[in-house]
Design a binder for this molecule. Structure first.
Ligand code: SF4
Ligand code: SF4
Length: 300
């Protein structure tokens, strides 16, 4: 009885926070000069139910607070922001990001068709950030430790993304941070476009440094002269994935489905079937064998 009441309170609280985030994010649609989604953009799926435990609650509260901060902090953007970033400051920014635990940085313009429907971003120029998920925790999947580390990395990267946005503001730029949990754009497609890696059949980003083991976030920024790190270097991964298919076989819920299309074999994650167990990340050949080994064999 008491446990039922606690569950009902937790779920009411989660609904309240999710609604608040939804409203805050949608308020940007009226911002002057905001870049909106296109008619082909995907729908943003807010989770129906958040799994909250006593152990994960503090991190989940911190995640909610930091998602709200991504929008509330926009008031602190300078009135006349800088539009040009010199290479000296770019190096400083990258060093600072690395000292905060950011693994990789990419730069790219966001295409409107990866902005979620009913969402807008303040600038097209984007800094893409990744952060490592703990190797041991991922390799323990499925386990509470894996779930906890997944939440912890979302929280850490969210906090660091807000810190970096603040750093950019202090140095004269307008910045719009996007939290790794949810966010305003399809992160895997953004990171692929920024040349950081490619998307595996499990729907996760695969990079040379970390295989599938990372979270992604972004900062949209007023600087218009940032480089474009787009690259075709990781396209071969799609070909390798066709011959592998391990994640599809290992998914305990058959949530990864494949179908033949005129453009070739495509996979889709059935979100209602996926319970976030992380087995597909653990079992991915790029996690088990490492990127370099697979690339060397593939090209030999
Ligand atoms: S159910 Fe688990 S293995 Fe299957 S797609 Fe979801 S996270 Fe991956
Ligand atoms: S398990 Fe295999 S098919 Fe699935 S994403 Fe990793 S490499 Fe690709």
């Amino acid at each position: 009885m008491i446990l039922d009441k606690i569950d009902s309170l937790k779920s009411k609280y989660a609904d309240y926070r999710l609604n608040k985030i939804n409203k805050l994010e949608m308020s940007l649609n009226k911002a002057p000069g905001a870049v909106s989604a296109s008619s082909n953009s995907p729908e943003k799926k807010m989770p129906d139910k958040l799994k909250i435990t006593l152990k994960t609650l503090p991190k989940q509260l911190s995640i909610a607070k930091n998602i709200e901060k991504t929008i509330k902090s926009l008031d602190e953007n300078p009135e006349n922001p800088k539009m040009h970033m010199d290479s000296e400051f770019k190096d400083e920014f990258e060093k600072y990001a690395s000292s905060l635990g950011i693994n990789k940085i990419g730069y790219v313009d966001v295409p409107s068709d990866i902005i979620f429907q009913d969402r807008s971003i303040l600038f097209k120029k984007t800094i893409v950030l990744t952060m490592e998920m703990d190797e041991n925790a991922v390799n323990m999947a499925p386990s509470p430790q894996t779930q906890e580390d997944g939440i912890l990395t979302y929280d850490e990267l969210g906090k660091k993304t807000n810190l970096l946005a603040q750093y950019l503001r202090k140095n004269g730029f307008s910045s719009h941070p996007s939290h790794p949990a949810g966010g305003l754009v399809v992160y895997t497609k953004l990171a692929k476009k920024a040349g950081l890696g490619n998307i595996g059949r499990h729907g996760l980003l695969i990079t040379p440094e970390l295989g599938p083991r990372q979270r992604i976030s972004a900062i949209f920024i007023s600087a218009e002269n940032l480089p474009d790190t787009s690259s075709d270097a990781h396209l071969w991964i799609s070909e390798f994935c066709v011959s592998c298919g391990k994640c599809i076989k290992k998914c305990p819920n058959q949530a990864i489905v494949e179908k033949n299309t005129p453009q070739g074999l495509k996979t889709k994650i059935i979100t209602d079937l996926c319970h976030g167990c992380t087995i597909c990340m653990k079992e991915c050949s790029f996690n088990r064998l490492g990127y370099q080994k697979i690339e060397n064999n593939f090209h030999s």
